[in-house]
Design a protein around this ligand. Structure first.
Ligand code: XBP
Length: 253
């Protein structure tokens, strides 16, 4: 029988609702800074989320939506610089305390630390952005609670490729069957289950209609004693929230 040794968290949309009010706004601020007339509305951003990674998303937007383009010598350099500006705006927003953790995230992380269940991050986001979110929304020391923080360009292929989860497993030196991943998107789910990691999905507004057939459990959020979660797919929980006991029982299904 496998015992639970690690929880692996996705970042954007899972730890906090960073996309609509964080990344999207920061992309628009960067466009304005660069003198571009581009505007990513909430619905358009929902479509653009089909592509993981900020730089990749900008490139996809240019190729697919043919917006007015500036004269540039190198598209790669232009996109990288635009993305750098976007990241600065994004961390400013985080420092202003504009992004909060989703329900149950803090509770589950504290429970894992107390039970010596190891913690890791597997995200498509830029490394600095993941760290900034952990420090501002969780705790100044939170990055040290995570044994592995695998982010951004650390692997060649972003989610839905499984590279990032493979990397985390090899860093933790754990087999997939001793880990549970928490994700919020179909891309993330495909990436984690691609290396056989049991995965719980906590949906959000952008992802609620996606296909989560591969998930062990789908929840509205992780829930808390005073803020019950809803089970959208999978076995009913005994409590109003998802805890380590539930994670263990998923490994023993
Ligand atoms: C979410 C993403 C990221 C962010 C933007 O990643 O797809 O691209 O939208 O991040 P995950 P950057 O769900 O894996 O955390 O601009 O920092 O790339």
């Amino acid at each position: 029988m496998s015992d639970l040794k690690a929880l692996i968290f996705d970042v954007d949309g899972t730890l906090a609702e960073t996309e609509r009010d964080g990344h999207r706004v920061a992309f628009n601020q960067a466009f304005a800074y660069a003198g571009l007339t581009w505007q990513w509305s909430e619905p358009l951003y929902g479509e653009l989320l089909a592509v993981s990674g900020g730089k990749e998303r900008i490139r996809y937007f240019i190729e697919t939506y043919a917006p007015p383009l500036p004269q540039v010598e190198s598209w790669s350099t232009f996109i990288a610089e635009l993305h750098q500006v976007k990241s600065t705006y994004y961390s400013e927003r985080l420092r202003q305390g504009k992004i909060e953790l989703r329900p149950g995230v803090q509770r589950l992380i504290s429970e894992a630390i107390a039970a010596q269940v190891r913690l890791a991050i597997a995200t498509t986001s830029r490394y600095e952005n993941a760290i900034a979110l952990l420090e501002t929304a969780l705790d100044q020391n939170a990055p040290q609670w995570f044994e592995v923080i695998a982010a951004g360009d650390i692997v060649p292929n972003k989610k839905p490729a499984s590279d990032i989860y493979n990397f985390v497993l090899s860093q933790l030196q754990l087999p997939a069957h001793q880990c549970v991943a928490i994700e919020d998107t179909e891309h993330g789910l495909v990436a984690a289950t691609g290396v056989n990691i049991t995965t719980v999905v906590t949906v959000n507004r952008y992802t609620q209609k996606q296909d989560f057939a591969l998930a062990a459990l789908v929840l509205s959020h992780l829930g808390d004693a005073h803020n019950p979660c809803q089970v959208l797919q999978g076995k009913t929980l005994e409590n109003s929230y998802f805890d380590l006991e539930n994670a263990r029982s998923l490994l023993h299904r």
